[in-house]
Design a binder for this molecule. Structure first.
Ligand code: FES
Length: 110
């Protein structure tokens, strides 16, 4: 009578281990697209991000000619909470503290 290991060896010789070439090809066809590097984040602010600035306009757009800036460094608001919009008045600090956000101004240097 054959030992246990011999039986296993004999049976093992009868099986193909791993997927067949056909199975591998099917898996590749059904595989999800490879992940791209980096992270993509979609953020949706309920009711928009602009709480009250120039709501009568279709789109709030401001242009700045850098050479005409009066100061060597000017801070522009990106949090939409400034009382001096489009300039930063520091209101982002209160917004960040209240919400846990991390927004800050755009600094334009002359
Ligand atoms: S007040 Fe909005 S970024 Fe400073």
């Amino acid at each position: 009578m054959a030992s246990y290991s011999a039986v296993v060896s004999t049976i093992g010789a009868c099986f193909t281990y791993g997927p067949t070439a056909e199975t591998l090809q099917k898996r590749q066809l059904n595989a999800p697209a490879p992940r791209r590097r980096g992270v993509s984040v979609v953020v949706r602010a309920e009711g928009g991000i602009n709480p009250e600035i120039r709501k009568n306009e279709d789109k709030v757009v401001d242009s700045v000619v850098v050479s005409e800036l009066s100061k060597p460094l000017t801070a522009y608001c990106r949090c939409w909470r400034s009382g001096a919009f489009p300039l930063c008045d520091g209101s982002h600090a209160k917004h960040n503290k209240a919400t846990g956000d991390n927004v800050g101004p755009l600094l334009v240097k002359k």
